[in-house]
Design a protein around this ligand. Structure first.
Ligand code: FEO
Length: 175
């Protein structure tokens, strides 16, 4: 049975992941409105990844006999000034999420919840990737500035991203 303090914090994180999904889907729709369909694809995949993060917390809470309590998800912004502004926002958002995950790790240690601590290690690793990919694209967009042909090339590159669902569980082998 999970401790109440940990259960509450994991529910908060589940909501934060749903907000991230909502935020990136909003960014995706903004890119679509700008006819930058590769950028839109990248953000749509990002939104799917965030939903997967939320479901990981959902499944873990259920597994630990915790209670999942879904609450309202804040409305995300709907418009940005430029692709650079979107990726600046993305990079800052991911740094905030990293702080949230680090706070959860601290809580799992103070509550001596070793199982939660283990589960959170996946998210610690994931945040390194999340910050790195946002920072990488932000750097490229900054470099391209007003270069329309450069943005077009990057748009093509970002159109290649595909969502990879978490590996399916190994089927049970016959005795
Ligand atoms: Fe769920 Fe982008 O971190």
């Amino acid at each position: 049975m999970i401790k109440k303090a940990v259960e509450k914090a994991l529910n908060n994180q589940l909501n934060a992941e749903l907000y991230s999904s909502y935020l990136y889907l909003s960014m995706s729709s903004w890119f679509s409105s700008q006819n930058l369909n590769g950028f839109a694809n990248w953000m749509r995949v990002q939104a799917q990844e965030e939903l997967m993060h939320a479901i990981k917390f959902y499944d873990y809470l259920i597994q630990r006999d915790g209670r999942v309590l879904l609450v309202a998800v804040d409305a995300p912004p709907t418009g940005w000034d430029s692709p650079e502004a979107v990726f600046e926002h993305t990079y800052q958002h991911e740094q905030k999420v990293t702080e949230l995950i680090n706070d959860l790790v601290d809580l799992s240690i103070s509550e001596k919840d070793h199982a939660t601590h283990m589960v959170l290690q996946w998210f610690v690793d994931e945040q390194v990737e999340e910050e790195s990919s946002a920072s990488d694209i932000l750097g490229k967009v900054k470099m391209l500035k007003e270069s329309k042909s450069g943005i077009y090339m990057l748009d093509r590159e970002l159109s290649q991203r595909v969502f990879t669902p978490p590996a399916a569980q190994e089927p049970a082998t016959a005795p």
